[in-house]
Every structure is written in C-alpha cells, then in structure tokens.
Design a protein. Structure first.
Length: 355
C-alpha cells in the first residue's frame, strides 16, 4: 500500500494549507475535495494512486495532521464520544474540526454548546442534513443570527421528505416553533399539514396551546363563565370555552382519535396535562371547594366541570402500563389504548357542545 498521496494531490493540498480555510468536505462519488475560503469555494479533483477508500483515508489523515496536529485522523468510530465530549471545546477548536472532512466531526460541532452562527454556516456547508438543521436551530445564537432563516427555510422545504416519519415530524416542527424564526404564513402552512398527518399538530399543542392558528369561535356561553379569582375551575372553564380553548380541544381530539405511533400518543397526553395544569396542581380539597363555588354560580356547567376532571387525570404516564406490554402502532395500538382515550374524547365532546 502506498503511504503517500499522488504528487498532484500533495501539491494542491499544500497550496490549500497556505490559504485561510474555513471548512473542507469530500465528495466521494466524484473523488473531489471541496474547500471553503473567504474567497469562495475551491475544488481539488483527487488522483488516487491506490484503492479509493484507502486513498481517502490517507487524504483525511493529511487534513487532520494539518488542522489538529494529529496525523492519526479523527476517532470517527467513537460516535458517542464524538457527540458528547465537545462541551469543553472552544469555538477555535470546533473550527479546526471542520477542516478534516469527517462527517462525524461536523456532527460534533453541531452538537457543541460553543457553536456560533459563523460556525453553523460552515458546518451547514459541510453537511446540510435535516438532523443538523434541527440541532443547530436549537441554539439561540443561531436563531438570532443569519443562519436561523436559512435552516428554517430548509426544514420547511424538506418537511415533505419526512413522509410518514412521525417522530421526525414531531421533532422538526417543535424545533421550528421554539426557534421563533417562522413567519406567521410559514407557521400556518405547517399547521395545515396536520389535515393529512395529525402528528404535525402535536408540537403546536405542546408548545403553543394558547396561540393556535385558525382559532375556532368561542362557545356561545363563554361569557357566562363565573369569574372567580384563584379558582382553577373558573380558570379552566374560561380557557376551555374560549376560541383558543375550543381549537385546542378539537385538535387534541383529532390527534387522540387516530394516532399512528406511541410517541404521538405520549406527546398529545402530555400536552393535555400541561393544558390542565390549574386543575392538576390543586389538591383534592381545594378542587372540591373550587368546583362547588363555580357550580353555585353556574350550575349548568356541572357536566363541563366533570369533563375537565376527566381530562385532568391523563398524561403520558397513563399510557405507560399499556405501552410497556406492546410495541403496536396504527390501528392495533388504537384498539389497545381505547380504555384510556375514549373517556378523554367523551370529555372533549362535552366541552365542545353548544348549550
């Protein structure tokens, strides 16, 4: 096996090493090394003098020796180390990892809390994937910088490629909502995708339950809810009968009625639990007194209070005994969770009824 690069490649790499490199990647299909410099992109068509995989290993060792002073290359086989051990590295050290044309090193940069907007741009040039976009958009410094919009636009465009990947949809929509970089039109566009795949709704229910797109009309008797300060039933009825509350309930029913995977069920139940927080946080005695006070002022709301009680009992832990015994998805899973879900759907129906 040849221990050296071809003379042409040796010369070209030495020329590159004398420039201000920002990032390096290798297109193995075309055997081309690409470098990003302040002047733009530069390409080096590689001329292997041995088997391609061995030659690329030699090229990466050369890059690692120049960038890291470690000719042995980057320990790409230590994936867990790669993704978890970068917390103590400075931005300068992270920048060096982008010069060795190793995808796992790029992932390490993306995972690092020391990531900057500039490094995000270089890492994105190296490896523009959905996973990397999600990870980088979780960093405030990236959301506030120039890369925030770039990554959000990429994720919106590539949502269609997730197809039936409900976990991918959950994670991607959640990251975009938290980032704060979406326009209202983009947010509405993502929401509308829920009509064909209800997992799109779940992150909205969890993260933005009181500001959902396309809100419904409030229930006709919304104005008749007794206003009692510090009363959890008063607070919950006010919320549930409002336009946003009716939207939350209707959307939760859509998700719980036909979830495809267990993760969707868990997230939807946790969203419901968070929404019912005023009731869940009150002890039994306080709830009893609060319920009596509301019904004394508005006895016609007794069924609604009972419905809220039913909804407040559920969270992801409620489904755990079922999911510990099965890995079912789709229609089989829906049959198994009926004892849990049907009372919730019934409670939602009560809260949606018009007086």
């Amino acid at each position: 096996m040849n221990d050296e690069l071809s003379p042409e490649d040796e010369l070209r790499l030495n020329v590159l090493f004398n420039t201000e490199l920002k990032a390096v990647r290798i297109d193995e299909s075309s055997m081309t090394l690409w470098a990003l410099t302040p002047q733009g992109e530069a390409s080096v068509p590689l001329k292997p003098n041995e088997r391609s995989d061995r030659y690329l290993k030699r090229v990466r060792e050369q890059l690692s020796g120049h960038a890291l002073g470690s000719p042995g290359g980057y320990p790409v086989h230590l994936t867990r180390w790669t993704r978890q051990s970068q917390a103590g590295l400075s931005a300068q050290h992270l920048a060096q990892l982008l010069l060795i044309a190793e995808e796992e090193a790029v992932v390490a940069v993306v995972h690092s809390p020391a990531l900057t907007d500039e490094l995000a741009r270089y890492a994105w040039w190296c490896m523009p994937t959905i996973e990397n976009a999600r990870l980088m958009l979780m960093r405030d410094v990236v959301c506030r910088g120039g890369m925030g919009r770039t990554l959000a636009e990429f994720l919106i465009e590539h949502l269609a490629f997730l197809h039936e990947d409900d976990v991918g949809i959950l994670d991607t929509v959640a990251v975009m909502l938290v980032s704060g970089v979406l326009t209202e039109a983009e947010r509405l566009s993502i929401w509308k995708r829920g009509s064909s795949r209800n997992s799109y709704y779940v992150a909205f229910l969890e993260l933005q339950p009181d500001t959902l797109p396309n809100p419904r009309a409030a229930r006709a008797d919304h104005a008749g809810v007794p206003q009692i300060a510090g009363n959890p039933y008063s607070a919950m009825l006010e919320k549930a009968l409002s336009g946003q509350g009716q939207t939350f309930l209707a959307t939760s029913a859509l998700v719980l009625d036909r979830p495809e995977i267990q993760e969707v069920v868990n997230h939807a139940l946790n969203a419901l639990a968070q929404w019912c927080a005023p009731l869940r946080q009150a002890d039994a005695a306080a709830r009893g007194a609060a319920r009596a006070a509301v019904l004394a002022a508005a006895p016609q709301l007794e069924a609604d209070c009972a419905a809220l009680d039913a909804l407040a009992t559920a969270d992801a832990d409620s489904a755990r005994p079922i999911f510990l015994k099965t890995t079912a998805i789709g229609s089989l899973m829906r049959r198994k969770i009926q004892p849990l879900v049907v009372p919730l759907l019934d409670g939602i129906a009560v809260l949606q009824r018009q007086p």
